[in-house]
Design a protein around this ligand. Structure first.
Ligand code: CO
Length: 140
């Protein structure tokens, strides 16, 4: 069996100025902020703007010594990760392991909005950081 990715859940974008980015996406592009959450454990402020069945996830760093802070310092603002939706994250990680795909997260961890998430290693995915997302109750 191959892992079943069912949709692009969101695109993660690292921003240097979160409030300016929100203004841009809302006022210039007309997207609507659907959720905002500070995830202290990851050192990040997350803002979700949903469109269609997908979303843009703006990521602001809570400090220089955080994953997004280090990303901004080395690469600058821009595309941070692509997140795919899956129905069963544990099973998907199992499938990826059997395919020797390099993982950052060996087991699912909590994401925002009650999701379970796991990251694959960008070395395994052609330089793109990939996140897998399982929603609490995935509609089928
Ligand atoms: Co994400």
């Amino acid at each position: 069996m191959t892992p079943e990715l069912t949709a692009i859940d969101h695109i993660g974008i690292a921003v240097a100025d979160l409030e300016a980015a929100i203004d841009h996406y809302r006022d210039d592009l007309g997207l609507v902020v659907s959720h905002r959450e500070r995830v202290e454990s990851q050192g990040v402020d997350e803002v979700m703007l949903t469109l269609g069945g997908s979303a843009i996830q703006l990521l602001g760093a809570l400090g220089a010594d955080t994953p997004v802070g280090r990303f901004l310092a080395s690469r600058g603002p821009g595309l941070h990760h692509v997140a795919y939706r899956v129905d069963d994250l544990t099973m998907t990680l199992e499938e990826l392991r059997t395919r020797k795909v390099r993982l950052i997260d060996e087991v699912p961890r909590p994401g925002s909005l009650g999701t379970s998430i796991a990251f694959l290693h960008p070395k395994a995915t052609g330089g793109v950081l990939v996140e897998l997302v399982q929603h609490p109750a995935t509609p089928r």
